[in-house]
Design a protein around this ligand. Sequence first.
Ligand code: FAD
Ligand code: SF4
Length: 519
Amino acid sequence: MQTRQPERLIVVLGDQLNRDSAALQALNPQRDVVWMAEAREEATHVWSHKARIALFLAAMRHFRDQLRKRGLTVEYHALDEDRETSLASLLAQDLGRLRAGSVRMVQAGDHRVQTALERAVARAGAALARVPDRHFLCSLEDFDAWAEGRKQLRLEHFYRHLRQRTGVLMDGDAPVGGRWNFDADNRGRFGRQGPASLRAPKSFRPDAITRDVLGLVERRFAQHPGSLDAFDWPVTRRQALLALGDFIEHRLPMFGRYQDAMWDSEPWLYHSRLSAALNLKLLAPAEVIAAAEQALTDGHAPVNAVEGFIRQILGWREFVRGLYWRDMPEYAGRNELNAQLPLPDFYWTADTDMACLRSVVGQTLQYGYAHHIQRLMVTGLFALLLGVEPKRVHEWYLAVYVDAVEWVELPNTIGMSQYADGGVMASKPYVASGRYISRMSNYCGTCRYDPAQATGDTACPFTTLYWDFLMRHRDRFANHPRTGYQWRNLTRLSTPQRRAIRQQAARLRERLVAANAKT
Ligand code: FAD
Ligand code: SF4
């Protein structure tokens, strides 16, 4: 480890592997030292999936080696197998040891980390320079300016604003294809026969560096959830670009039509699998969007697919980041619906008789991946309908997905999925009965429950809890302009039916809480 006294430490965190980062520009290799650290706390502050830990460490080690090849000095802390370490404690230690006068960094992806690092730098008496994050298309200042004075922050308005500002999918002042939104074309399902001849996405066999990391994680985090057997994620920029090309070529054309569909044992369908590479900053959103737009220009992919895909990145991804930094740290504690139950244990084991949850949680443990509708309308929906405390749901999502970084995970969980922010992120709670899952997937075909039944031995727990949710939250939503229609359906239920549903929901909750207590 080098000991020369540097003028500046350039902090590069595990989700900042952007070779074009402003922090890495105009460095003096004689006086500046890049600082990277594998801190145990980042793997343990939530009970992280092994694949999530491995992905971060493998990508960091590859990035370190590339920086060294560029002639930069990198002070790198490999994971200390025996000691509890945090990013802040390691940085404090090095600021003392190396006596660097200042620290330069891009804002962290997690409020907790940013605050801890700022404190460590201040305590060491060093100066901190925070440089703009060039990765994103909308700066936090621009987001705040857009949000200023608006009663409600809605994705659709923000997304149109960014399309107009960036010119993405614009034809002069008009949206390409004559519409801003092709969602109506994007609700396809597979029918009984299932998806036709899916091609496996590009897979990246672990090299020596990654194999070392996999061994380390297997040894050091043996008790953590998830498996490493299928680990094939891109861990370098070169691999990330290959993954992007593979998606554009083979899956983008069908992405739109089937973006909401689910199918047992088919985790990827037509999704891009690019979220982790984007969040580690191996890929820039601008280049991903440009590649999708080019596919439209070339006639390779239709407008509903390209618009649907770009909306996720230019729209949702930038939107949730703006919300996160605008409303943190208060946002993390929101619990507008006062949900208090613990998270059922099967979220960590997939040991449940509900086929949809067994499949989605099982796939999550196997790969560290589930696509958006699986997260929103299976695992998220069940927790919302059951009434799980949002903080517990958040800890699970942050732990189990390879793409989980708090700025993107938290608003999606607290806001979109659990409605715990009272409607800041989503205009209405995403609630549905088992019939929705039945329509969009093949899960119900092998399930012991019946999605059409709300009471009785074969009643689908989603359906029971859906009606129970409508009853429990009637006062809040029955007169809401966007939800009233759903709540009006309650009038179809007789008083005895309502009573039976309430009782069945109460028994279900008791059973799940009792199962948690046993383990
Ligand atoms: P695709 O379906 O191919 O979508 C393309 C890209 O769009 C993604 O790679 C991603 O970068 C972006 N994107 C799509 N939806 C969203 C969204 N709602 N918010 C932000 N970006 C989006 N995404 C994360 O990157 N990290 C998370 O920790 C995360 N947690 C989530 C938690 C919940 C409860 C929910 C409902 C969604 C969460 N998402 C998260 C959003 C989304 O589910 C994932 O981005 C997506 O499933 C990743 O798979 P993909 O790359 O194949 O995406
Ligand atoms: Fe899930 Fe209900 Fe369908 Fe079973 S019947 S798979 S629990 S939605």
